[in-house]
Design a protein around this ligand. Structure first.
Ligand SMILES: Nc1ncnc2c1ncn2[C@@H]1O[C@H](COP(=O)(O)OP(=O)(O)O)[C@@H](O)[C@H]1O
Ligand SMILES: [Mg+2]
Length: 454
């Protein structure tokens, strides 16, 4: 725009003055002055609107830059289209993902953007656009190399300032990475499951190991004295044979008497009964151990039966501590003989677990003492396993019944003992609880109905 400087204005006035002097009339002079004032204000307005325009232009440019920077910073893909599905805008995330350029999209139909298998969904877009938005639908977009890539798409309607529907905005999240992450998660999950199974297996093997050690120890005694007895019987047998052969040969009675003395036949006769009795007793003990073993391994569901509880408690203590070189002092505070109707093997297994834990907790105690007590109330019998160990911290208390929770080093603890014991206790309609005792150490209480029936 051109500006008239003051000198230009002066010269205009001067020119007007010239005309004034020519026409020599006051009115024309006034008219001219008015024209000049008008021109002045028009110029001023023009200058003002020019400045305003420039400010607006700058703001517009800044807004454009801002929008562009937002569009190109987006990691999700963006497509803006009109109501006919003609693409009006895309962002660089889409260009990067598909390898296509803005020109490949602008003014083209949405149908060209998505692959065949996504067309059906696309057909619903115009309808959906009017009534609702589309959330998380999976679509495939064409890439420049002829392949397609999956997107999780959210679509929403777009309105102008007066609220009239003008098209839609489609935002897509590339699924490739998500899928990759899912795959990794799945793999990790499977791996975890596998390790857990291995752990369960190793717990089984560990308890099998303990069991075998116990069984071996238990069987050793009766078998060794059966062995001893059999050797004795073997020797006795050959001496008896020798004597009987002499009897058969009808040798002289004094000779026979001498032989009888030499072969100590009299002692053999005295010994025979106790040897046979001892062997039978040993065989019976072997038989009992095998019976116990059947209960313990509990392959099939164990039948309910009446049995004396105190015997089971004492047997569990023996089992649990059998292989220990240094045994804790054991104190029994048991009520008188009590017969209950329950599953002997399961109670035995829970007690063995509790006693082994108590022993482990007292590993650093100089004079470890284990107390086993019973109390009966309202048709329920409670067995308390009390140790003088480290007790259970508030933190651990929340998780000790969880499978695989263990504070013991790898290879020593699997964290399944209490989990299994808790399950067994509840299986018998009972409960397993614990507390720390004021004088230190933990107390686990297994309570079971005295005459529970399944
Ligand atoms: N008598 C106890 N005193 C202190 N902590 C115990 C006692 N019994 C169990 N715990 C805690 O509970 C955890 C879980 O026990 P358990 O399920 O038997 O598994 P594991 O003996 O293999 O560790 C133990 O590692 C230990 O931290
Ligand atoms: Mg344990």
């Amino acid at each position: 725009m051109t500006h008239h400087t003051d000198t230009q204005k002066d010269s205009l006035i001067k020119e007007a003055g010239v005309m004034d002097s020519l026409q020599q009339t006051d009115s024309t002079e006034e008219a001219w002055i008015e024209v000049i004032h008008k021109m002045d204000s028009v110029y001023a307005d023009l200058v003002h609107s020019q400045v305003e325009l420039e400010v607006k232009n700058k703001a517009l440019e800044e807004a454009q830059l801002f929008i562009n920077s937002v569009l190109s910073a987006m990691t999700d893909t963006l497509i803006v289209c009109d109501t006919e599905g003609v693409v009006l805008q895309v962002n660089s995330a889409l260009e990067k993902l598909t390898g296509k350029t803005k020109e490949d999209y602008l003014q083209h139909s949405l149908n060209e953007v998505f692959s065949e298998d996504s067309q059906a969904m696309l057909d619903f877009f115009p309808e959906k656009m009017r009534h609702e938005s589309l959330i998380d639908c999976e679509v495939n977009v064409h890439c420049s190399d002829g392949t397609t890539t999956p997107l999780s798409m959210n679509c929403s309607s777009r309105f102008d300032a007066s609220g009239i529907l003008t098209g839609m905005v489609l935002i897509g999240r590339p699924l490739g990475e998500l899928r990759h992450a899912y795959k990794k998660l799945n793999f990790a999950h499977n791996e975890l499951q596998r390790t857990q199974q291995q752990l369960i297996h190793s717990e089984k093997m560990a308890s099998l190991g303990r069991l075998i050690a116990g069984v071996a120890h238990e069987l050793n005694n009766p078998i060794s004295f059966i062995f001893g007895n059999m050797h004795a019987l073997e020797r006795y047998g050959s001496r008896i044979n020798q004597y009987l052969n002499a009897v058969d040969a009808q040798i002289d009675p004094p000779e026979l008497k001498k032989l009888h003395k030499e072969l100590k036949i009299g002692r053999i006769q005295d010994d025979m009964d106790s040897l046979i009795e001892g062997s039978l007793e040993g065989a019976e003990r072997v038989n009992n151990i095998i019976q116990d073993l059947r209960n313990y391994s509990g392959g099939q569901k164990e039948e309910y039966s009446f049995f004396e509880l105190n015997t089971v408690i004492k047997k569990a203590v023996n089992w649990a501590l059998k292989t220990d070189k240094i045994k804790p002092e054991i104190q029994y505070k048991l009520t008188d003989e009590i017969k209950i109707n329950s599953c002997k093997g399961q109670i035995h297994q829970v007690l063995v677990n509790l006693i082994q834990n108590a022993r482990d907790a007292m590993e650093t105690v100089t004079h470890p003492k284990l107390i086993l007590s019973t109390s009966v109330s309202d048709e329920t019998v409670s067995i308390h396993v009390i140790d003088q160990g480290i007790g259970i911290s508030e933190q651990d208390a929340k998780t000790i019944f969880d499978p695989f929770f263990t504070s013991k080093p790898v290879g020593q603890g699997t964290g399944l003992g209490l989990y299994i014991s808790y399950g067994l206790a509840h299986d018998l309609n009972g409960d397993l609880i614990f507390k720390n005792n004021p004088q230190g150490g933990a107390e686990f209480t297994l309570s079971i109905p005295v005459g529970s029936k399944r």
